[in-house]
Write a protein that binds this ligand. Structure first.
Ligand SMILES: Nc1ncnc2c1ncn2[C@@H]1O[C@H](COP(=O)(O)OP(=O)(O)OP(=O)(O)O)[C@@H](O)[C@H]1O
Length: 751
């Protein structure tokens, strides 16, 4: 135990000396303050790696010194080399644990494994290649071999850390896990298409097998053309080539078709699920997320997510199988040229990995810009009347131009990165190609390679690098799409902040509404402060107050579009959330000043959300509010299309349709938010008469007292508080707070 502590302290002293860059440092217990923590961590790993390499060199030279002193020419043959590797692993492992206080980083594990494995693997290769005339004699103490192992191991670790396993600076294991977790989760959505996928992958593998053998047969045919093989076999080889080519075309076509079909099914499922989840969210969610962004998630992001995962899985499997088969054939043709081809791979992987990291960030930025642009354009187009009436076209164009400029900057950056990446990739490929041509000349002149085989090799080499590039590209593309996938899943996983649906649906509902100390905030903005009021059945209550006083908020809470943070709203003595949703929204209906109509027929809009409402009931209700006549005069009567947002109807007609839509539901509570302001006097009269029938509870929202003279009870709201209430005449007679506050309004009303 004491020895361990001593070793540790010595190591710490050495380590800190290195970390301090050779500066004088006396106290080994108190380490100097390292600057940024991540930098410190990386230096720590580098220092530990350095000590592992030194310790490995010490172990290696001790073994050779021991063998020389004991006068042993062999170190036990191949078994001895493997045994020494195992012993070395134990020593290095313990050393690394001590060095890192029992928490060695994964990179150190990899370094130790490589240092211990490389020499035995190399010696095993030598053993297998040894000819019977020169049998394997075991390793010899060679300085270059002693240096090569540690150098190759360090380089491999460096390439892995800096290039292949991420950007080498910030990527943590949890992020990696998250990426694979997200991809696995996306794959799970393919479950209903398992049969399709099995068929597609089977065709894919058959197609790949056929593809792989095409160049081999082409090479054979070329050798036959040059007269190196018997003429008789020519027709047979040509037949095989045609057959394989036909098979490749057929299987590839089937594979592509089935994949596209599966992708379409996945898209449909995901979009349906996302739309379903979105519609379940509370209204506040839609206040916080603008429609452009949500629609972009629903359309382009889901498409991209499915496409990336499905097509990339297809491409990766195809390219991997193809690469493996081609590698086998290429190794048989010439292992020297194959090694050169394979050198290209890690180099390209490093470049691609760097590019992928940058590309991922840029993709996310471009996506956000696109959503913002779409939102801006749709807002302007849908509000064109307002834009035109304020002559704000130039402002809107400028805003849109600025958004486009922002996107152009990001896209330009992406373009520059992509050209630099392409340049580096091409240069690497070119360098390797030149080396291969030199090697091919040597092989052909020594008779180890025929021209046909060289042609075959080159026919393999191009698709081989295309396959590798495809694998790397798919990897990059998948990494870039992880952001999109996680956003889509974040919406899919979102639990709506609504109370659970109740099961109350009484046949007889009186419609008595009570607000009990209701307080409500929009995010940080307080809109209602402890509001208490009562709406009586068979009576008309008016909610009056200046703009921003909280009238609409009261209505929204009563319609359960939001939930109060404090207090409760009761319907016939029961909290609203205890009622069944459908029942509740049929019994409590709202008609607003600017009702929203959907494109479709009048009948569709009136029956909206109702399953069992016949045309007779629609006609009867329309008749009751004197709307049947104007509807009958329309081109297709109740089947007349109202246009986008009801644009083909006049304001008063829209209000009339909204009133009918509310009344066909047989409501017990009706909320009129300046709902009849655009109707003529006669129409207003018939609408109000119908509304007040059947002892309904009526809540009317208004800005001015003079518009609600017929109300049984008036509640005056200001700054989210009830400041005054009573009948119209009581309020007019009162010289209370309301009149002091609103003298102007009062004098206007009393005129
Ligand atoms: N979606 C929202 N997000 C944040 N604040 C809001 C939201 N809707 C309303 N508010 C704020 O809540 C307060 C009350 O608004 P509310 O719409 O209820 O007033 P109102 O009396 O209906 O006004 P108006 O008569 O003009 O319609 C206002 O200060 C308003 O700015």
């Amino acid at each position: 135990m004491k020895v361990k502590v001593k070793v540790k302290r010595v190591l710490q002293t050495l380590k800190l000396a290195v970390l301090c860059g050779g500066e004088r440092y006396t106290d080994p217990i108190e380490p100097p303050a390292f600057s940024p923590p991540t930098e410190g961590k990386m230096t720590d790993v580098a220092a530990s790696g350095f000590f592992v390499l030194v310790f490995d060199a010490v172990l290696g030279s001790s073994m050779w010194t021991g063998l020389l002193l004991l006068d042993c020419s062999s170190c036990g043959g191949l078994e001895g080399v493997w045994a020494f590797g195992a012993v070395k692993w134990v020593f290095l492992h313990v050393f690394t644990s001590v060095l890192t206080d029992g928490k060695p980083q994964p990179v150190l594990h990899r370094l130790v494994a490589l240092l211990c494995l490389l020499p035995p693997v190399f010696e095993s290769g030598r053993f297998l290649k040894a000819s019977p005339s020169e049998p394997y004699s075991g390793p010899s103490p060679n300085l270059s071999m002693l240096l090569l192992g540690p150098m190759a191991s360090s380089l491999a670790c460096l390439i892995w850390e800096k290039g292949l396993s991420g950007n080498g600076k910030t990527k943590t294991d949890s992020v990696k896990l998250d990426t694979s977790g997200l991809l696995m989760r996306t794959l799970k959505y393919f479950k209903p298409d398992t049969l399709y996928l099995i068929a597609a992958f089977s065709f894919l593998i058959l197609g790949v097998i056929c593809d792989t053998f095409i160049p081999l047969y082409q090479g054979k045919v070329i050798d036959m053309l040059s007269g190196k093989v018997l003429e008789a076999g020519f027709g047979y080889a040509l037949g095989e080539l045609v057959l394989i080519s036909l098979g490749s075309a057929l299987f590839s076509g089937m594979r592509g078709g089935i994949f596209m079909c599966t992708l379409a099914r996945l898209n449909k499922r995901l979009k349906h699920l996302l739309f379903h989840t979105l519609l379940k969210q509370e209204v506040q969610f839609f206040d916080d997320n603008n429609p452009g962004r949500l629609s972009s998630r629903l359309h382009s992001d889901v498409d991209r997510m499915g496409r990336t995962v499905a097509l990339n899985a297809n491409a990766v499997v195809r390219s991997t199988v193809k690469t493996f088969l081609m590698l086998v054939v290429m190794l048989r043709l010439s292992w020297e040229l194959t090694v050169l081809t394979c050198i290209e791979m890690p180099l390209l992987a490093v470049v691609q990995n760097k590019y992928s990291t940058l590309y991922k960030e840029l993709k996310e930025q471009i996506q956000d810009c696109q959503a913002q642009n779409a939102d801006l354009a749709s807002q302007t187009v849908s509000g064109i009347q307002t834009v035109r009436s304020f002559k704000a076209e130039k402002d809107e164009i400028r805003r849109y131009q600025e958004a486009l400029k922002q996107m152009r900057v990001v896209k330009r950056r992406s373009g520059i990165y992509s050209s630099v990446f392409l340049l580096v990739r091409r240069l690497v490929s070119l360098g390797i190609k030149i080396l291969m041509l030199f090697q091919a000349r040597t092989l052909i002149s020594s008779g180890k390679l025929s021209i046909g085989s060289l042609v075959s090799f080159f026919l393999y080499q191009k698709p081989m690098s295309v396959n590798l590039k495809e694998i790397l590209y798919c990897y990059g593309e998948t990494v870039a799409t992880v952001g999109v996938i996680s956003k889509v899943f974040s919406y899919l996983d979102r639990t709506p902040k609504c109370k659970e649906e109740g099961d109350l649906a009484p046949d007889n509902l009186q419609g008595r509404i009570v607000f009990q100390n209701v307080t409500f905030k929009y995010q940080e903005k307080l809109a209602l402060k402890s509001v208490s009021m009562e709406l009586q059945p068979g009576k008309m209550t008016a909610l009056v107050g200046p703009s921003g006083s909280g009238k609409t908020t009261c209505v929204s809470l009563l319609k359960r579009l939001y939930e109060p943070q404090e207090g409760e709203i009761l319907l016939d003595g029961k909290p609203l959330h205890l009622y069944k949703h459908k029942y509740f929204h049929q019994k409590v209906t709202l008609v607003s000043q600017n009702p929203v109509l959907f494109s479709g027929s009048l009948r569709y809009n009136i029956e909206y959300g109702l399953q069992d409402c016949g045309i007779e009931k629609v006609k009867e209700t329309a008749n009751n509010v004197n709307a049947h006549d104007f509807i009958s005069e329309m081109e297709n009567e109740y089947n007349t299309d109202v246009g986008e947002g009801g644009g083909r109807l006049a304001g008063g007609q829209k209000q009339c349709i909204a009133v009918i839509r509310a009344l066909v539901r047989d409501p017990q509570v009706i909320i009129l938010d300046e709902a009849t302001s655009k109707l003529d006097v006669e129409a207003q009269h018939s609408v109000l008469k119908e509304i007040f029938a059947r002892g309904r509870t009526v809540l009317v929202v208004a800005h001015q007292l003079k518009t609600v003279e017929q109300a049984d009870h008036i509640i005056f709201l200001e700054n989210g508080e009830v400041v005054e209430e009573g009948t119209h005449s009581e309020l007019m007679a009162k010289k209370g707070r309301y009149y002091r506050l609103k003298e102007e309004l009062f004098s206007q009303d009393s005129q």
